[in-house]
Write a protein that binds this ligand. Structure first.
Ligand code: ADP
Ligand code: MG
Length: 497
């Protein structure tokens, strides 16, 4: 599977490649129309219009993924849900983990300040709704490669990050399976569709929202989506809304950005959140995770009002903080998981999914990490406390950044992470505006597993894994954001290695 020319392990594509030009051309044309007609779409960033959609970039055929590792990820999700839930409810831990970051990262500091205000005032809604997505990659560059899987071109998967806010692709995940099933049929490989695992993410996530609405238990209360000023990834929000209308027509969904909230929302004496005269039962944030979503103080005030309210938040502010990269790095420190997970076997399983994660604090460990990164920058990713893609630093630029930080505390706003090297699976990526036929490319994938959890500090009422999504990019790209035009929608084709 590994060629002399290319040392990175490969996974076999699900069908023989390349396709003939005539077959490729016919199936691409059909697939593009299928995409546009079934909501595999995004708004065009350069020519934005609310009146039109482009199809979203997609991998023509599903990418191979080892079945045993997929099953492991699915089974791990309830454990990760519970871990995130417990972290979010451990005030001392959050305070300690984020201490150095808060001193230098204004955005995280502001989130944390909201959490402090809400706690001091008395929490009006003890229930949180978590709609999480754990992102993972197969690791081929692992010292255990020979030991753990002699015959496989991968070792096992490692966690990239866990998203606790605005975890997208609840619609785009399942629809990717649908379009690739259509394509596989067109190509005469319909027999292989059985190895594309079922994906009910949209239904699972929306059931989380409606379960929270049921718990709130006020028949005319609404579900509020907090959205960006301009939504490019519109299908991945509207389909949630449409799914709710279909399954629960009695529930109303309202969409507002934080600026609108600052003008239109009211927090009444009982700390109920009222929007357009309607009581809010559940707030689902699809924005609020980056500084640009708060252009003025007004938007911060709006966020505070929401957090102070009786509405069930997805995520509540403490969940948002629990999803930071600094928390992920702190959890990877020896002895830390045991604070949250009592079963030693489970602790061992979770520890295995962490790749090297290092703090850059000004202590012995931080200095060691800086030295490692300066000596071998290509092995690492430097990450600030941001979400949404495009913020990380890779390769030689890590050196430049560390040199620029010098002894400035700014350094502690970042964490250092070992770079994961997933196996390459050849395939075609179809993009809007592409001239000519797509070439066979060297692709790598990142799997996201969705989880839903509802509970209070002392009680977990719902905890399930609800589906998945796969994003695929060219193997030499650093990041794979689909909305950013780098990644493509995909779904796993499970193989037994
Ligand atoms: P964000 O919150 O911006 O999504 P991520 O930590 O998920 O931040 O990083 C963004 C992207 O960068 C990932 O989707 C992945 O493609 C790439 N990436 C992040 N960390 C690693 C890593 N340790 N190894 C390889 N690629 C990574
Ligand atoms: Mg990410």
């Amino acid at each position: 599977m590994t060629t002399a020319k290319d040392a990175t392990p490969h996974l076999e594509p699900c069908i023989p490649l390349p396709l003939s030009d005539s077959e490729l051309s016919a199936v691409v044309e059909k697939a593009k129309d299928w995409a546009l007609m079934h909501g595999v779409g995004m708004r065009n960033k350069k020519r934005f219009s609310k009146d039109s959609l482009d199809f979203a970039p997609f991998a023509l055929t599903p990418s191979a993924f080892p079945r045993s590792e997929f099953d492991k990820a699915v089974n791990m999700q309830p454990i990760l849900n519970e871990l995130t839930h417990k972290v979010a409810h451990d005030d001392e831990f959050l305070k300690e983990a984020l201490a150095t970051t808060l001193a230098v990262d204004d955005f995280t500091f502001r989130l944390y300040t909201i959490w402090e205000i809400v706690r001091k005032e008395g929490i009006k809604q003890p229930i949180s709704l978590g709609m999480l997505r754990s992102d993972i990659m197969l690791e081929t560059n692992c010292p255990n490669l020979k030991k753990c899987k002699m015959h496989s071109p991968y070792c096992c998967w490692k966690q990239v990050e866990i998203n606790s806010i605005a975890s997208g692709f609840g619609h785009l995940g399942p629809i990717s399976r649908a379009i690739q099933s259509f394509i596989m049929n067109q190509l005469g490989h319909g027999d292989k569709i059985k190895d594309l695992p079922k994906n009910d993410a949209l239904n699972g996530l929306c059931s989380g929202l409606t379960a929270a609405w049921d718990i709130f238990n006020v028949s005319d209360a609404i579900i509020l989506f907090i959205i960006e000023d301009v939504t490019y990834n519109i299908c991945d929000q509207r389909f949630h809304e449409f799914e709710i209308y279909e399954k629960r027509p009695e529930i109303r969904v309202v969409r507002k950005n934080l600026t609108e909230m600052s003008k239109q929302a009211v927090l009444n004496e009982d700390k109920q959140l009222i929007v357009d005269g309607q009581l809010v039962a559940v707030v689902y944030y699809r924005a609020g995770y980056e500084p640009g979503h708060y252009p003025t103080e007004k938007e911060w005030e709006a966020r505070l009002s929401i957090e102070r309210s009786t509405a069930i938040k997805c995520p509540s502010i403490q969940y948002h903080l629990a999803g930071t990269k600094k928390v992920q790095q702190t959890l990877a420190r020896p002895g830390t998981l045991e604070r949250f997970i009592k079963d030693p076997e489970k602790v061992g399983k979770v520890r295995e999914i962490f790749t090297g994660l290092y703090s850059l604090d000004f202590d012995e460990f931080g200095e060691q990490a800086v030295k490692m990164a300066m000596d071998n920058a290509e092995r690492f990713v430097l990450k600030p406390q941001r979400e949404g893609g495009g913020n990380n630093i890779y390769g030689a630029e890590i050196r430049t950044a560390l040199q620029r930080f010098g002894n400035s505390p700014e350094r502690t706003a970042y964490i250092l992470m070992e770079r994961i090297s997933p196996p390459i699976c050849p395939g075609y990526i179809v993009r809007p505006g592409q001239s000519g036929l797509p070439p066979v490319s060297r692709l790598v994938s990142e799997l996201g597993i969705f989880g839903v959890i509802i509970g209070t500090a002392s009680d977990i009422m719902v905890n399930r894994q609800v589906g998945h999504m796969l994003r695929t990019k060219l193997s030499d790209a650093d990041e794979g954001g689909v909305a950013a035009g780098l990644g493509a929608l995909d779904s796993p084709y499970l193989v037994d290695l």
